[in-house]
Design a binder for this molecule. Structure first.
Ligand SMILES: Cc1cc2nc3c(=O)[nH]c(=O)nc-3n(C[C@H](O)[C@H](O)[C@H](O)COP(=O)(O)OP(=O)(O)OC[C@H]3O[C@@H](n4cnc5c(N)ncnc54)[C@H](O)[C@@H]3O)c2cc1C
Length: 469
């Protein structure tokens, strides 16, 4: 009996997808750039089943590609074209919240829980699961952790890694690492969980996580402001950080992005005229009702206008208006995708270097590809700006645009690295950035990563063709 037939016996035939039309959605990534040919999609329903599936695949020398919500932007959840025989292991049926304890400010969720459902579960007990980004309605806890996702609130609560207390992982040989403790302090040897967080499924399959929660936010104020330049945005950032309020979002967006959102977004309304070259979306919060957050925001924006850092501002007057502002930000990637091909980047630099980074990137891109349209949008409050070069309006042939301007990505990566930054801030490496690992990682770092991979997955069966060049 083949390993796939034996897995079907174990987890039920309905949970093994092998018909071409059922497998198809798992064989292509969100951007439609990477395609693979998995032999089947396996959907176990418990950690024990995951462990047994991994053992049976190992016995048949089948590679395993873990998949969550499949919103990753680096082709990580798709088998590589021309790679070894492989199956996609989808965690979608491991979707229970096992435990939630508001006194511990913790929650234990299985890997297939959709991030938004975890946020909702936390809110129901008066707690906050603070991570937030555009794909949270589809991305899953396992994918979020395997990519160490960031998003708009990294500046306040850190990346996904900072929100993890403990992890449960199925190792490449089928053993289960049960480290689901919810304690804040545990210095008993190496912090093994951090190998799997950001490991992109190359070292094991995350099946559950104990996550940190925060007190619910009692007051939130959100503004959409026009700024004349990234330098002005940087000065504004210092001003709001010093305002006495918690700054939980600070996003910088070029006008091009707002024009694209206005053009392709469904139900999006940009709150200010599209006359400014740059806009900032900022959000302040407080954990107590009595904090005069609105006054703090108005005073701060008033000072910023007097200092020419802000030229116009719209403050959300209701929760609906607040959500409408963030919807613009969250829907932008989809609007950009509809608009046409773009070569994207995921760089970070120190916050203070953001204006310099954008200046150099713009200068170099305009010099080499004057026909391209530059966009920049991102988490300026943590230095992670996504710069892209879009094909000329109307050009829809992605392959042709990549052939013409594909060098833009390594060029922008090199600019970020030269300013002390990273070529992969929050999306991970997957298939798309392996080349950059070879260029920018030190020999020592690569040696250590290969040693870890060989120790945990000596047959290199977990998510082949990802992360390591
Ligand atoms: C519109 C949009 C906006 C986005 N905005 C942001 C953003 O602001 N910040 C950000 O960080 N990311 C962003 N992303 C990228 C993406 O949403 C994140 O990387 C997310 O964490 C991926 O989760 P997922 O469940 O979709 O993972 P998948 O895409 O399914 O998988 C991602 C990687 O993790 C591995 N994996 C998945 N589940 C497991 C598991 N249980 N165990 C081991 N490995 C696993 C996969 O093999 C793959 O390598 C955005 C994506 C989209 C489409």
């Amino acid at each position: 009996m083949s390993s796939i037939a034996s897995v079907a016996e174990l987890i039920g035939p309905a949970n093994v997808l092998s018909a071409a039309e059922d497998v198809a959605p798992y064989a292509v990534d969100w951007r439609g750039v990477y395609r693979g040919t998995p032999e089947a999609v396996l959907r176990p329903g418990t950690t024990q089943e995951v462990a047994e599936v991994v053992k049976r695949c190992a016995a048949d020398n089948l590679s395993i590609v873990p998949a969550g919500g499949r919103t990753g932007l680096c082709g990580g959840a798709v088998p590589p074209a021309n790679g070894p025989r492989s199956v996609v292991l989808s965690l979608e049926r491991l979707n229970r919240i096992r435990d939630i304890d508001p006194r511990d400010f913790s929650l234990v969720a299985e890997a297939g829980c959709v991030v938004q459902n975890v946020q909702q579960a936390a809110a129901e007990v008066g707690r906050l699961f603070p991570i937030q980004w555009g794909a949270q309605g589809t991305a899953q806890i396992g994918g979020m952790l395997s990519t160490n996702a960031g998003g708009i609130r990294t500046l306040r609560w850190g990346n996904a890694r900072e929100l993890v207390l403990g992890l449960e992982v199925v190792l490449p040989d089928g053993r289960i690492l049960d480290d689901l403790r919810r304690v804040r302090k545990d210095n008993s040897g190496y912090a093994l969980r951090h190998l799997f967080i950001g490991g992109e499924g190359t070292l094991g399959v995350i099946t559950a996580a104990a996550l940190r929660l925060q007190p619910a936010l009692k007051r939130v104020e959100t503004a959409f402001v026009a700024v004349p330049s990234p330098d002005a945005a940087l000065s504004l950032f210092s001003r709001v950080m010093e305002s006495g309020a918690e700054v939980i979002g600070f996003e910088l967006c070029a006008r091009f992005c707002m024009e694209t959102a206005a053009k392709h977004g469904v139900g999006l309304r940009i709150p200010l005229p599209l006359e400014s070259p740059w806009f900032v979306m900022l959000e302040l919060a407080a954990a107590h009702e009595s904090i005069p957050l609105r006054t703090i925001l108005e005073d701060t924006l008033g000072e910023a206008m007097a200092a020419d850092e802000v030229t116009d501002a719209a403050i959300a007057e209701s929760e609906a208006q607040r959500q409408a502002i963030w919807k613009i930000r969250e829907d932008y990637p989809e609007c950009s995708r509809i608009d046409g091909p773009a070569i994207g980047t995921d760089t970070s630099v120190p916050v203070s270097a953001v204006p310099e980074f954008l200046r150099i990137a713009q200068r170099e891109m305009t010099a080499r590809w004057p026909e391209g349209r530059m966009s920049a949008i991102g988490h300026a409050g943590d230095g992670n700006i996504h710069v892209s070069l879009h094909a000329p309006a109307g050009m829809m042939d992605r392959a042709a645009w990549v052939a013409r301007a594909g060098e833009m990505e390594p060029m922008v990566n090199a600019i970020a690295v030269s300013l002390g930054g990273s070529f992969s801030a929050e999306h991970g490496i997957g298939q798309s950035k392996r080349h950059a690992m070879a260029t920018h990682k030190s020999q020592v770092a690569m040696d250590l990563m290969r040693t870890i991979k060989d120790a945990l997955d000596p047959a290199h069966r977990m998510n082949p063709g990802k992360v390591l060049p």
